[in-house]
Design a protein around this ligand. Sequence first.
Ligand code: HEC
Length: 395
Amino acid sequence: MVEAVAQATKDGLVFVFDRDKGTPLFPVKEIPVPVIPALPGEKPWPTQPIPVKPAPFSNQVLTKDDITTRTPEAHKYVLDRFINSRHGSKYLLPSTKGTLFYGFGGGAEWGGAAADPNGILYVNANNMLWWLQMRPTKAENPFSATKGTTLFNINCAGCHGANGKGGQGAGAQAYPVLTNLGRRLSRKQISTILETGRGRMPSFAHISVDDRKAIVDFLLDPNIKKTNRAANANDIHNSAPGVVTAKNASYLYLPPYLNNGYTQFRDPDNYPAVKPPWGTLNAIDLNTGEYLWKVRLGEYPELTKQGIPPTGTENHGGPVVTAGGLLFIAATYDEKIRAFDSRTGKIVWEYKLPAGGFATPITYMVNGKQYIAIAAGGTRYGLKPGGYYVAFTLK
Ligand code: HEC
């Protein structure tokens, strides 16, 4: 038997390698991808490495056929954006026109996958649409930008949106808007969040104290006196993008383009903009590269009531599989934790948590009794927050 390691990606692909040699167990081929240039100076690479097996576990290329038909109005709204944007492959280069694609939060998520010793991989997945648009920064005149604004736009705008005005489009509300921050947080509180991180907000302890102070100054007073201007145009040209220490004066460098943050594109009623399934759970036999089963994960109760088969929902949080043949996962909008029969994908039990369970459950044993526990923290997708650990016993 070959010992294997497998990686399920945000792209919805599974790469399986021989654990000792590092060689792929299923060939990985260089597949041609669109090379339509989008921004000046780009030289897109013509191929991407894609495994021939297993088949992708989430949608790959957006087509007109995928657009939601939930209501005629929703269809028209999404079709309009589809027609007026770049769309299709997730490997399209970001452009100023804007791209509608399956990307960012598609495929596998931070919860990871579960596996059992006979080589079955269980992975939950999302089919969400995202809207990525680049905007030139020229208009923002780097000579008048403060060190704080520039550092903010380089380090923080990817999540919080340009100047903190919010990165998420309609929907998930995952990243707080940071305007008028002074009304709810003190300088000390903001500095602490930057130093330690909080929840899914990463720590920025690697940025110098001075740079962090400049960012906090900007957040507390965006109109702060314009100091620390770029010395001359050469400084701007000579700094490398993505380098963020004050030491090499890179705050003088404003990249030529910035993106619009981590923005989902949803229909006007805030449902996903494509046809279901919106969330799935997959069992893949890594010995053969074939799917054992694929089911929808989660539902919108109000849609189910209208007679629409469960759609699956966007999901964050992974599965855990037991030797007894049960797979436990929460992760969905409907705030439920479910147990699936790991051989068939049939739901055998479900329970409504006190708040969304966007974490991976654990299993443990005390005095011969097996337990499943999950952190139900809620908050994602604009759902209510929670602060619970919930444990169940297995009989
Ligand atoms: C990877 C995405 C990401 C990046 C990058 C990021 N943040 Fe955050 N930020 C978050 C999330 C998510 C939260 C909410 C955290 C929570 O739920 O406790 C947050 C919360 C905050 C808060 C608290 C807001 C409130 O209303 O309580 C502040 C302040 C903040 N971020 C500032 C920054 C600054 C300044 C930067 C850049 C140095 C930054 N963030 C970069 C994701 C990010």
